[in-house]
Design a protein around this ligand. Sequence first.
Ligand SMILES: NC(=O)c1ccc[n+]([C@@H]2O[C@H](COP(=O)([O-])OP(=O)(O)OC[C@H]3O[C@@H](n4cnc5c(N)ncnc54)[C@H](OP(=O)(O)O)[C@@H]3O)[C@@H](O)[C@H]2O)c1
Length: 276
Amino acid sequence: MASTVLITGCSSGIGAAAVRRFAEHGWNVAATLRNPAKVHFEHAAGCVEAFALDVTDARAVDAAVAATLKRFGQIDVVMNVAGYGLFGPFETATAEAIQREFDTNVGGVFAVTRAVLPHLRERRSGVIINVASLTGLVAMPLYSIYAASKFAVVGFSESLSHELAAFGIRVKVFAPGAVATNFSGSSLARTFDGDGGPYADAIRKALAAFEANRAAGGSASSPEQVAQALYEAATDGSAQVLYVTGDDAHAVLKARHEMGEEALLAGVRQRFGLAG
Ligand SMILES: NC(=O)c1ccc[n+]([C@@H]2O[C@H](COP(=O)([O-])OP(=O)(O)OC[C@H]3O[C@@H](n4cnc5c(N)ncnc54)[C@H](OP(=O)(O)O)[C@@H]3O)[C@@H](O)[C@H]2O)c1
């Protein structure tokens, strides 16, 4: 019997690439996304079935898990990919914008995990992979709420990996560096209107730093590279919890290790043209 993976956030980017990669390897794929009419998944060796799922809707999460079990009989791997960025000064972020970010990036991971756990626990097997970010390990300026959400996913995953080990369930968390997807386009919300008032200068400098990085050819991974790493993590049989992907992410963590925390943070401020 083919293995089954349930993936969230499959309309584009990393989620869509993961659907293709698992299907190529003959898996059954429950490809969940907010609007299934938006995407047509090519059936490769495996069987891909799209299910409607907004991860902020707990009832829809339960329904998608139930529909997957009905269709494929079991779930072996669960991959929480859905998420979006929130850019801008903390002071300009409304309570609603913060709530929405956490409901999606953190609450969505909780809801999907909670919905699949009874099934995985009964079978005493399964892998849960949560896509956090390098920003869940090292925070860049003007991403405080996004960073908080991704630090939360990293901490949640690590703690959960301990408590589920006894049930044969492995929990893993991904910290990709930059990935060439819609993330910095349609998936990047802003906390501020206009130029950001007292933060206008910081915003301008941060955007210029991101642009300079892009123009310099940046070292963004492709979504296919991340999908391959996700597939390998799902099937490596290891107890490894944290997976860092991308040359940029490895370079930042190496710099932290070699320079120390304080020098790294000073370097970040310098790169973004920020005082202190
Ligand atoms: N790209 C990067 O540089 C990067 C780096 C590190 C980590 N990540 C993380 O990787 C994940 C995937 O992002 P991506 O880079 O592949 O960008 P993407 O192509 O924009 O994909 C984001 C996906 O999340 C979905 N989504 C957003 N809110 C949702 C909700 N409430 N319910 C269900 N799905 C929802 C989007 O669906 P819709 O089409 O319906 O909006 C889309 O499918 C995110 O968690 C992101 O934080 C990205």
